[in-house]
Design a protein around this ligand. Sequence first.
Ligand code: KG4
Ligand code: ZN
Length: 340
Amino acid sequence: MKNTSTYILGIESSCDDTAAAVIHNGVVLSNVVANQKIHEEYGGVVPELASRAHQQNIVPVVHQALRKANIDKKALNAIAFTQGPGLMGSLLVGTSFAKSLAMGLDIPLIAVNHMQAHILAHFIKAENQKAPKFPFIALTISGGHTQIVKVADYFSMEILGETIDDAVGEAFDKSAKILGLPYPGGPLIDRYAQQGNPHAYHFPKPKVGDLEFSFSGLKTAVLYFIEKETNNNPKFVEENLYDICASLQFTIVEYLMDKLKNAVALTGIMEVAIGGGVSANSGIRAALKAAETELGWTTYIPRFEYCTDNAAMIAMAGELAYQQKQYSKRNIVAQPRLKF
Ligand code: KG4
Ligand code: ZN
């Protein structure tokens, strides 16, 4: 008989956020994220520090997730955790913790692919949120990945194209660093962009395959541009920050949309979903909304808290896997380069 009531604990520790969440039949009961401020002063994630911070955070974060969900750990049906991709030292903390807890409670352990979870976050039940219909195209944009995926079913996903170098989040963060902004600079570029002229400056859109991305050239272009302008006017960045951010964001968003349009043309699929930290960006959100009326697409954007790294998406993926009895062996290991 089908189990109709399930409580799944999700644990996420792939990069620099320690997160735990409890989901009950697609509804998130708690979603706790401990951000690691320590990396800000280094201008990027330091793997050893991330791993150590996960070790400090994991017990209180899981505790809080259970308390907020108002359930005892004995009520859990399974433990889902991020197996990869991500940083080895970070993944190890969540993996070991999940394994021990599942073993202690004698309940199934479910390994989740972080990138699939960003996509499956669309199936979290929330007010005013509708789930995409299969098949759909998913653009996963984060600090670590940039992928266009064809999603035929929950666990039937095919990568149609991805970045050949940097991820789009890195393009935002590294450009922000060149502009002297603190890490992670993506949200700041977004904020300043909203007050600037997107056509003030022109940045190149790297030419690669129709469904591929390249961002390392853009970062270099920004560096040379800023160096040249600052030589003429040392206050160039300060005086034109809003316009620089707006122009940069315009280029990145247009580039992402170009690739999505290629994917839609190639597959004929007009259901388009985005996920990952960069989908919090106001420019890509607006462009996607505009595509509904201009191109006839149906688009899906998760709620902000399910866009950036979180454990609710891991719990959601875990619940879907649980329904299909996709349990993991107790000797499963973390996979920093996990593929679909
Ligand atoms: O998914 P995520 O939280 O972590 C990874 O798996 O990487 O994504 C983090 C990335 C960072 O690069 C951050 O700068 C970027 O998402 N980001 C944004 C915005 N909010 C977060 N980039 C542009 N605009 C935003 N509003
Ligand atoms: Zn992520």
